[in-house]
Design a protein around this ligand. Structure first.
Ligand code: ZN
Length: 70
């Protein structure tokens, strides 16, 4: 039985344009949200030159103590 060949071919042709790792379906065409952010940042920087924000860092909020997200 070799029915998995067609499937493998499809999955193989995709790699993250940022780090060349295997693409994760949820983050297509990237391998992770981080790489998606990297690509987006590059794109935005090229057009608008806005500062890059770190997703997993501490983002200061104007509300200070109001940490309802966690
Ligand atoms: Zn990647």
């Amino acid at each position: 039985m070799q029915i998995s060949k067609a499937k493998a071919k499809k999955a193989r042709s995709t790699s993250c344009p940022v780090c060349q790792k295997s693409v994760v379906q949820a983050f297509r065409p990237f391998c992770s949200k981080r790489c998606a952010d990297v690509d987006l940042s590059r794109w935005l920087n090229g057009h608008y030159a806005i500062p890059v924000t770190e997703e997993d860092g501490t983002i200061p909020t104007p509300f200070g103590k109001d940490n309802s997200e966690k």
